[in-house]
Ligand binder design. Structure first.
Ligand SMILES: NC(=O)c1ccc[n+]([C@@H]2O[C@H](COP(=O)([O-])OP(=O)(O)OC[C@H]3O[C@@H](n4cnc5c(N)ncnc54)[C@H](O)[C@@H]3O)[C@@H](O)[C@H]2O)c1
Length: 343
């Protein structure tokens, strides 16, 4: 049996807590993984003197895959976002965030099943900011046709592979005619040129799109967005199904993939052992399925199925952390999942 070497980046704040809970769950499900631990964020700054050490990037390049906890970017000059840099340096251009109702979690909405696909490498997150003169600053939104076409192709292919019916691009091309105008033109051209016309396609101006989302999120299927809009809408969509504790994510490129929850390092609850580990557990399930899809290892798919069934059962049995109205702490929820894996 193959053992897959995975870079584990525990991260900051609640990161090490949810990472420890997640690796316990993976071990109980006999996932054939071996961890190679590296650091990023404040954890790396304190021990290695920089927020994104070359050694961490090299490890992901060597092993191809990483499971990552959230990283804090120190506020102030001199630090560009760790997460934005990691995604850019490894060219992880597609962020994928599935948003679905889960058993035992009551929300205002039922039957939500949508996927946020975010362009991860450019847009306003180019990080190019200048002070022109005192009191006047600029922040450049950079968009390229190549990146806009590549993410559009990825989104349509994702929709086709998973039998999804509709791709909706949310944009602000009425104001940002060049950047967002190009983004929607590329999406529509890719659909025509590459034969995705069986997939329904919709363009919605993002402010009206937000209203439509909160009125009825079930009318959406795959959402395709540039970087900033994708960041904001991911958290908004998390609110439909229980919050940031239940939304997993993957950052995928041609060569590497990094799996991480949508949530951040949650400084308000860090160190108390109460964070919900489910989002990172779900991200690990996405990683196992990714390994099965790309490396043909069905053992990983079997582990993914065991974990998903176990957390669904735990939630259905009312086993929940505080953010979901339950009483379990981080390790308590992991134990509830493990009990159900071990049957
Ligand atoms: N991918 C990443 O590494 C990532 C993503 C987002 C934010 N961040 C960083 O995280 C830091 C804090 O950001 P923030 O406060 O805006 O967002 P956050 O996601 O950390 O927290 C927002 C709220 O959600 C709650 N929350 C988040 N995850 C939770 C979980 N697993 N269980 C229970 N409650 C949870 C927090 O307690 C907080 O009230 C910042 O430094 C930010 O840059 C990192």
């Amino acid at each position: 049996m193959t053992t897959h070497q995975i870079v584990l980046i525990p991260g900051d704040g609640i990161g090490p807590e949810v990472a420890a809970a997640t690796t316990r769950v993976l071990q109980a499900a006999e996932a054939p993984l071996r961890w190679v631990e590296h650091h990023a964020g404040v954890a790396a700054l304190e021990t290695l003197g920089e927020v994104l050490p070359e050694g961490t990037l090299d490890a992901v390049r060597e092993h191809g895959l990483a499971l990552k906890g959230p990283c804090t970017t120190p506020v102030g000059k001199g630090f560009t976002s760790v997460n934005v840099q990691l995604r850019k340096r490894l060219d992880l251009y597609a962020a994928v965030r599935p948003v679905r109702n889960l058993p035992g979690i009551e929300t205002r909405y039922q039957d939500v099943d949508l996927v946020v696909i975010r362009e991860n490498t450019e847009g306003l997150y180019s990080g190019i900011e200048n002070e022109i003169t005192k009191g006047v600053v600029t922040s450049l939104k950079v968009a390229t046709e190549a990146a806009s076409r590549r993410i559009a192709h990825w989104a349509f292919q994702y929709a086709r592979d998973r039998g999804r019916k509709k791709v909706t691009v949310m944009h602000k091309a009425n104001i940002m005619k060049l950047t967002d105008g190009m983004f929607i033109r590329c999406a529509s051209e890719i659909r025509e040129e590459e034969g995705f016309t069986d997939i329904e396609y919709q363009e919605v101006i993002i402010d009206a799109g937000c209203m439509k989302l909160v009125q009825d999120p079930t009318q959406f299927d795959v959402l395709l967005l540039e970087n900033l809009y994708g960041d904001v809408l991911s958290d908004l969509c998390a609110g439909f199904v229980g919050g940031l504790g239940v939304i997993p994510g993957a950052n995928i490129g041609e060569q590497y993939a990094v799996f991480e929850a949508v949530h951040g390092s949650a400084p308000d609850i860090a160190g108390r052992g109460v964070a919900n580990p489910l989002a990172l557990i779900m991200s690990a399930v996405m990683m196992l399925n990714h390994i099965a899809d790309t490396r043909g290892d069905e053992t990983c798919r079997a582990s993914a199925v065991r974990i998903r069934e176990a957390y669904n059962q735990a939630l259905a049995d009312g086993q929940k952390t505080g953010d979901l109205g339950g009483t379990l702490d981080t390790e308590g929820f992991a134990s509830a999942v493990i009990e159900r894996i071990e049957g």
